[in-house]
Design a protein around this ligand. Structure first.
Ligand SMILES: [Mg+2]
Length: 199
């Protein structure tokens, strides 16, 4: 972005696990890559570019919040050194999600209902929710920006692509009007070219 460019008058909501980080319990089989941090019983892998991503979106959107189905304590600990918490509009945790029983899969999942965001003064047409689990946004699919889950791969490029994609969504009058499924496909060629040049 160039200096002085006005931020998008929209609310950007970001999931935490497998979207911004991958936290691996010490009892889980180790990955081929070492974690960057240790937080309690978790080895924490930061999604490549996550700090730059957070810094950028905080400049580009008037509101940025975190919404996780984990606990507030967990989220706060994980976000340390990724983002200055005071710059976030909110950190929503499990108590802002609804636990839903999926009878077919015989398991529960967490639903994020964007009506929880009503108090922040944004119309649904100006709310974007980035999440690796589309199902949680089943009530507001049109607000969802799906990402592919991050599981520690240091070559992951999703956040670099997402930064570019958000520049497309930001100016829209109604973010819900655009089909956001498989949005990353439009950036894959560019990224491959960049990688080829580096090698
Ligand atoms: Mg997630």
């Amino acid at each position: 972005m160039s200096a002085g460019e006005r931020p998008f008058a929209k609310l950007l909501v970001l999931d935490l696990d497998e979207t911004l980080i991958h936290a691996r319990d010490r009892d889980a089989p180790p990955l081929p890559w070492p974690p960057q941090r240790q937080v309690a019983r978790y080895g924490v892998h930061l999604r490549p570019g996550v700090r730059e991503f957070m810094a950028t979106v905080l400049e580009r959107f008037v509101g940025v919040g975190i919404w996780t189905s984990a606990s507030t304590e967990y989220a706060t600990a994980m976000l340390e050194r990724i983002v200055d918490r005071r710059r976030l509009r909110f950190i929503f945790a499990r108590d802002r999600c609804a636990q839903i029983w999926d009878a077919d899969g015989e398991q529960t999942y967490w639903r994020k209902d964007i009506r929880e965001l009503d108090g922040f003064g944004f119309d649904p047409q100006g709310i974007l929710v980035v999440d690796d689990k589309p199902r949680g946004l089943e009530r507001s699919r049109a607000n969802l920006v799906p990402v592919r889950p991050f599981r520690g791969d240091p070559d992951d490029l999703e956040l670099w692509r997402l930064r570019q994609y958000l520049e497309q969504l930001g100016p829209l009058e109604d973010v819900r009007a655009v089909d956001k499924r498989c949005w990353w496909a439009q950036f894959e060629d560019d990224v491959d070219v960049d990688l080829d040049l580096e090698s």
